[in-house]
Design a protein around this ligand. Structure first.
Ligand code: NIG
Ligand code: FE
Length: 436
């Protein structure tokens, strides 16, 4: 049995508790449930009590000696961050493409010439399960060091049954071996394999008839995603894939309107997707349809910056009733980063979101985008003991001092996994890995 942990005297404890239990929009995105001189008691993997230090001193007067006590005076505490959109499991890397883009090639040109997603697909097909686990473990360690305790992960670098299953099985193994929780999404239609160019419908049939049934049968994914984009999959093809996934119990997600306006936001609302991702070029009609349907906008400002594109209209979306979540989109091409703190900074700088909204988007709303709001995204009794202690005194400072990793310590399910100096990552209780 691990010892209880009592983190006390936080200058600010942002619990993210609110009356709105579902995805939050408009003013509800600014409700951080802040407690000054805050305390949280973690035991048996979950939050057992949260309140002012005075309240917990009373409640735990007779048990204080049992706990590891952490003095958080002068520091901010938040729930563990949630990253609701990553491509964390893949083989190799694509640093040469970064250089090529700086020499003038566009992201889509590189992809259409067989690079981009296709290059990573080749490297992922070649990688053994063991290699993928090793590479992905290093990325998850980096997520953890940046305060992220839950991520979503997508397949999509296989585009054949064998490799799609390999990616999803690797996620299942990582779920068992790594402290970061990983929520799996099937994305068989992440690009059009070169041999199916011009015959996209045939590949859509393969995704629907040959891949989805096996993924569902082996219970390897909860969500089903598609790259709905000009020169990739049309809204009609995307709809077929998402509707087919629904018949197998997979909830739709959609990469929409990233490069060109294409009706992706409208489609997300129509099929009842839990979230639509990217949305850089989403139409006003599409945004309003999402607000109406309650679709979460999962915005990826690091991707926009990396592709030198104008960021999505986060401010407009929040003001018009769309719940906004944010994410790294961690992937080897358009956003090679694991830094959710940077993404929060960029949400403020490039999408006019307030510091409070950015924190909600990276915690509670992000949890809603992967249907985990009953477990993570806020510090409330019964939820997981996933906590970040930051080297800043309040949530405003967290977003103000930008581009810096302010993480001091992280607890996952009540166990400390990032040490007091943020230098070590503990992958399992007792096993200390150097951060790479
Ligand atoms: O979300 N847009 C499509 N897929 C990824 C990029 C993947 C890659 O370049 O490898 C994205 O940005
Ligand atoms: Fe993505």
């Amino acid at each position: 049995m691990t010892k209880p942990v009592w983190i006390k005297h936080a200058a600010q404890l942002a619990t993210l508790a609110s009356d709105v239990n579902g995805p939050r929009s408009r003013e509800a995105m600014s409700e951080l449930g802040i407690i000054e001189d805050g305390s949280v008691w973690l035991e048996d993997g979950v939050v057992k009590a949260v309140g002012t230090t005075a309240e917990l001193e009373q409640q735990y007067a007779s048990r204080a000696h049992e706990a590891d006590i952490v003095d958080a005076s002068g520091h901010l505490i938040t729930p563990g961050l949630v990253d609701p959109h990553t491509h964390v499991v893949y083989g190799g890397s694509r640093e040469r493409e970064f250089e090529m883009r700086l020499e003038g090639s566009t992201y889509m040109e590189i992809m259409n010439a067989g690079g981009g997603i296709h290059a990573t697909t080749r490297m992922t097909r070649e990688a053994s399960e063991k290699e993928l686990i090793e590479q992905s473990t290093r990325r998850l360690n980096s997520f953890l060091a940046h305060g992220v305790t839950t991520v979503e992960g997508k397949s999509g670098y296989g585009m054949d049954l064998e490799t799609e299953l390999k990616q999803l099985r690797v996620m299942k193994k990582l779920q068992e071996t790594h402290p970061v929780d990983i929520v799996p999404t099937f994305m068989g239609a992440h690009a059009v394999p070169p041999e199916y160019k011009g015959r996209e419908d045939e590949f859509v049939d393969i995704v629907i008839e040959e891949m989805l049934p096996v993924v569902a049968e082996e219970k390897l994914a909860e969500f089903n995603d598609v790259f709905c984009e000009k020169d990739v999959y049309t809204p009609e093809q995307s709809e077929r894939i998402l509707e087919a996934g629904k018949r197998y119990g997979l909830t739709p997600k959609i990469h929409a309107d990233e490069i060109a306006p294409y009706g992706g936001a409208e489609l997300a609302a129509k099929v009842g997707a839990i979230s639509a991702e990217h949305l850089l070029k989403a139409s006003k009609e599409g945004i309003h349809a999402m607000a109406e349907a309650g679709t979460i906008a999962c915005l990826l400002p690091a991707t926009a910056l990396y592709l030198r594109e104008e960021a999505a209209e986060g401010r407009y979306m929040i003001d018009h009733g769309v719940p906004v979540a944010i994410s790294t989109d961690a992937n080897p091409g358009s956003s090679p980063t694991t830094s959710m703190p940077l993404v929060m900074n960029l949400a403020c700088i490039s999408m006019w979101m307030t510091p409070a909204e950015a924190l909600t988007a990276a915690t509670h709303n992000a949890a809603c985008a992967i249907n985990r709001q009953d477990q993570v995204g806020s510090l409330e009794v019964g939820k997981l003991g996933d906590v970040v202690l930051w080297n800043v005194k309040n949530y405003q400072e967290l977003q103000y001092l930008f581009g810096v990793n302010h993480v001091k310590s992280v607890w996952k399910k009540g166990v400390q996994v990032v040490g007091a100096d943020g230098e070590k990552v503990v992958s399992n209780p007792g096993v200390v890995l150097e951060r790479s």
